[in-house]
Design a protein around this ligand. Sequence first.
Ligand code: A3P
Length: 322
Amino acid sequence: TSADEAAQPKSYGDLVSTLPARGGWVSLVQYQNYWLNPGRLQNIIPVKELYKPRADDIVLATYLKCGTTWLKALAFAITTRGRHHQAFAAADHPLLTVHPQEAVPHLEVHTPGQGLADIERLPSPRLLGTHLPLSLLPPAVATSGCRVVYLCRQPKDVFVSLWHFVKGMRGGRSPVELDAALAMFCEGVSPFGPVWEHYLEYWKESLARPERVLFLRYEEMVADPVRAVRTLAGFFAVPFTDEEEGRGVPEEIVRLCSFEMLSGLESNRTGDLDCGDNTVIGKSTFFRKGKVGDWENHLTKEMGKKVDAVFEDKLQGSGLVF
Ligand code: A3P
C-alpha cells in the first residue's frame, strides 16, 4: 500500500540512519539481528531478492576469516578438475595465476564484472561464495536443491585473524585496542556478527538437511586436508574415481591449494582485489599464517577463557562445541 511505501526508507542512506549503530573497532549497523558494514548494505540486502538459487549451484558460506579463500580454492580445483586435468602436471592451472577470491565470485562483494546481474548470467553449474548469514539469503536456498558448504573455525583464531585483517585494511593502523575489539566481538558486534548466530543458523540447517548442507571446521581440514577434499568431492556428487585416486589427484589438489603454495604465488602476493564501492584489499591480506591456535600468541589466557565462556553459553544445547 502507499502507506507502507511511505514508511519504506527511500535510499540505503536513509535506511542506515534508522538502524542501531556502533563505532569503534569497525563501524557497523544492526540489520535483522546482524551487524553489517553500512557502506555495504546496498550489496547485502538485494541478495535475498535478486540471487536465484539453481539446483546445481554450490554456495560456499563462511563467517569472515574461517578459511574462505582456502575453501574457494579447493572447491574450484575439485569441480573444474575435468577441465584442467592436465594442468597439474603442466603447471598451468588457473589457480596459479588467479586469486581464489576472484576465481569464485561472492554474492555480496561486487567486484567489477561480478555483480548480481553478472552472477545471474553465469552458466551452470555455478560456484559462489558468501559471508551472509543464512537468514539473509533467499529462502529458495533451502528449496532449490542447491548445495551449501559452511566452513567454521575456532572463535579465538577467528578473532585474531579478523583483528589482523582489519588492521591490514587500515594500512597497519588500528584505532581500537585489541581488548576493546575483543569485548565487542564477545558482545556479537563484529562484521556479520554475532558470530555464534552465524554459525548456529548453518549448523541447524546442516542437521536438518545434511544431504544439501555440509558443515566443516577449519581445524579438521588442517588436520586431514586429503580427507576434506574427498568429503567435498563426494558432497558435490563428483567423487574421485579409482583412477583419480591412483593418480593421486586428491593429494595434488591439497598441494595446489595449500597455504604454502597459494601464499607464495606472485598473483596472490602482489596487487589488490577491487571489491567495488571504493574498497580495495591487498591480495596478500588473505594469507597470514594459516595455523591453528595462533590466538595464544595474541590473547592472554584470561581473554581466551572469556571467548570460550561466551561461545559455550551461546551455543549451549546446540551440539556445536569448540
Ligand atoms: P590467519 O589469519 O589465522 O592466518 P578467509 O579466507 O576466510 O578470509 O580466512 C583467512 C584465514 O585463512 C587466514 O588465517 C589465512 O591465513 C588462512 N588461509 C588462507 N589460505 C589458506 C590455505 N590455503 N590453507 C589454510 N589456511 C589458509
